[in-house]
Design a protein around this ligand. Structure first.
Ligand SMILES: O=c1[nH]c(=O)c2[nH]c(=O)[nH]c2[nH]1
Length: 294
């Protein structure tokens, strides 16, 4: 084998995604961070001799990302969090000479319902796309289908999932307290001409209101399925020209996280998008009274 010199080396964990809530009474704060770590350390022997002695495994680094988020028990900036994490690595492991931490914060902002800031509802800014599908035939008929996709919404409480079939394949614990998050894709068909901008705004507001509920108390969701139907019903109730509405709502999971020595207290979550649940339905006009009278 030719002579070779090992130059710079480092090892870390990439794309560790976490959700962190801080509950200040009824008002919840929420961040979603994607964290990358890299450790420069005295680990040449791992590359050269195949010995892993004293190595801080990347799995350990990943667990520490969640652990330090748990330790941040007061609302903090991503900078303060990253400093605490980087310091932890150099202070805890003598072989580590430098820790590098990158954090990306997802653009979740507090939502508004009825012009009021919501206690526990959040919307992702910027990703929403308005869609239109039109047909016109040679008989003078036309149809207009409007829509919205990539609209990410989240609530930190007032969501659960219980009572489902259990068999040997079922591992999911039942809960009445979880984060619910989705990226809404929806299309709705108009029965005739309408003021399209105003109708779009009204449908969107109906979907938001049924998802988050009133600004102070929210509304309990027993499943994405139930909430989806409530959303569709409220859109039909509020905008008479909407003939039917299709809603697709992935269940973007934020899983309870037990960071090493501490217990889950509805505070630190493992953010995932793969795999995710996927729920959809088409709702048409009938004699329906929306439960959500808002
Ligand atoms: O609201 C939910 N609906 C489901 O169909 C489902 N399935 C699952 O595992 N979690 C959930 N949550």
């Amino acid at each position: 084998m030719c002579a070779a010199t090992l130059k710079e080396h480092q090892h870390g964990k990439s794309r560790v995604r976490l959700g962190r809530t801080w509950r200040e009474g009824d008002v919840h704060h929420f961040v979603e961070w994607t964290v990358n770590t890299m450790l420069e350390s005295d680990m040449a022997h791992a590359f050269q001799d195949g010995s892993n002695t004293d190595m801080t495994a990347t799995d350990t680094q990943k667990n520490t990302v969640y652990y330090i988020a748990k330790q941040c028990n007061k609302r903090c900036s991503p900078e303060e969090y990253a400093i605490a994490l980087a310091r932890h690595f150099v202070d805890t492991y003598p072989k580590v000479s430098k820790a590098k931490v990158w954090v990306e914060q997802a653009p979740w902002v507090r939502s508004q319902v009825d012009g009021q800031p919501h206690n526990h509802g959040f919307a992702h800014t910027g990703a929403e796309i308005r869609t239109v599908f039109v047909t016109a035939d040679d008989q003078g008929n036309a149809s207009v289908t409007a829509g919205l996709k990539g609209y990410k919404v989240l609530k930190t409480t007032q969501s659960g999932y219980e009572g489902y079939l259990r068999d040997k394949f079922t591992l999911l614990p039942e809960t009445r307290e979880r984060i619910m998050a989705s990226s809404i894709a929806t299309t709705w068909k108009y029965s005739g001409p309408v003021s399209y901008d105003a109708a779009y705004a009204e449908v969107k507001e109906a979907l938001q209101t049924a998802f988050w509920g009133p600004p102070k108390s929210g509304v309990y969701s027993p499943s994405v399925q139930y909430t989806l139907f409530e959303m569709g019903k409220l859109a039909l109730a509020r905008v008479p020209q909407v003939e039917s509405i299709y809603l697709n709502m992935p269940n973007l999971h934020f899983l309870p996280c037990n960071p090493v020595t501490s217990k889950f207290e509805d505070d630190v979550y493992i953010a995932t998008s793969e795999p995710h649940g996927n729920i959809e339905a088409t709702i048409t006009r009938g004699d329906i009274e929306p439960h959500c009278k808002l």
